[in-house]
Design a protein around this ligand. Sequence first.
Ligand code: C2E
Ligand code: MG
Ligand code: MG
Ligand code: MG
Length: 282
Amino acid sequence: KSKEISGNSYHFFRAGMDVRTIESIKLENDLYKALEQEELVIYYQPQIDYSEKRIVGVEALLRWNHPTRGMIAPDQFIPIAEETALIIPIGEWVLKEACLQLKSWLEQGYALSSMSVNLSARQFEQNNLFALVQNALSEAGLLPDSLQLELTENLIIKNQELTLKTMRELKDLGVKIAIDDFGTGYSSLGYLKSLPIDTLKIDKSFLQEIKSEKDNAAITHTIILLARNLNLSVVAEGVETKEHVQFLSERGCRLMQGYYFSTPMTAEEFAFLMDRNILEVQ
Ligand code: C2E
Ligand code: MG
Ligand code: MG
Ligand code: MG
């Protein structure tokens, strides 16, 4: 209709265009260059075994140090990377870099049992994920069980056959597999039993409203029991307060990750933390 009036639909269309769309197109253009210009950075967040009061593992969390916009969080550019398939080279880089970093920390004598790396569905749609993982491990000289891959429930459901096949191959190699953001997806409990996984990571949303929402406390507790009964490890994400820590340890969840202990930090800061053992764990 606007075409008939103005004789030019172009202006009409432009005016209606979402600002975020334009923003994300700009980001997309920049993202093509980000990898080769070495703007991507991995931050590391410690995983704590509270019963031993020490850091036992670490999760690699990607950041983009944009030349004009500063540090960009993954939620703002991973979706773009997924749409454009840039997640393939970026994901490969993260895997390699995180493995090399863990190797270097192990050589420095830090007693870390694993490095966790997040994967996107897109990476499972490639046929060569298994080879990429194997390659990252052997290049770094790491044993497979020092790598834990984090996938979401929805990723597993999305592309069942190929994903399951690759998961089994990775598991047979000795790589550990965790379900991230557990409790927010759509997988059934029966299905869970048949998956080649080692760990459930309780989504941070449950813990965060544990006080105001009784249901969230119940869900968190249920996931802890579920993991125990299925013989899986369980990690709580988003541990922010002393109350969270208490709630979890009273219910037998020893592995914790969250701002209460430490935010994600640069590799240098992480090494500093390990050196001084200055983690705030009372
Ligand atoms: P995730 O894997 O579930 O990671 C946990 C997120 O919670 C991280 O956000 C972390 O910084 C944040 N977090 C940690 N402790 C706390 C806490 O106590 N409170 C709160 N509110 N948040 C906490 P981040 O680093 O922004 O990453 C967001 C998501 O981006 C990740 O969620 C993951 O799904 C994705 N991501 C990060 N790095 C990669 C990557 O290399 N590849 C892929 N495919 N996805 C990645
Ligand atoms: Mg994760
Ligand atoms: Mg998560
Ligand atoms: Mg996630």
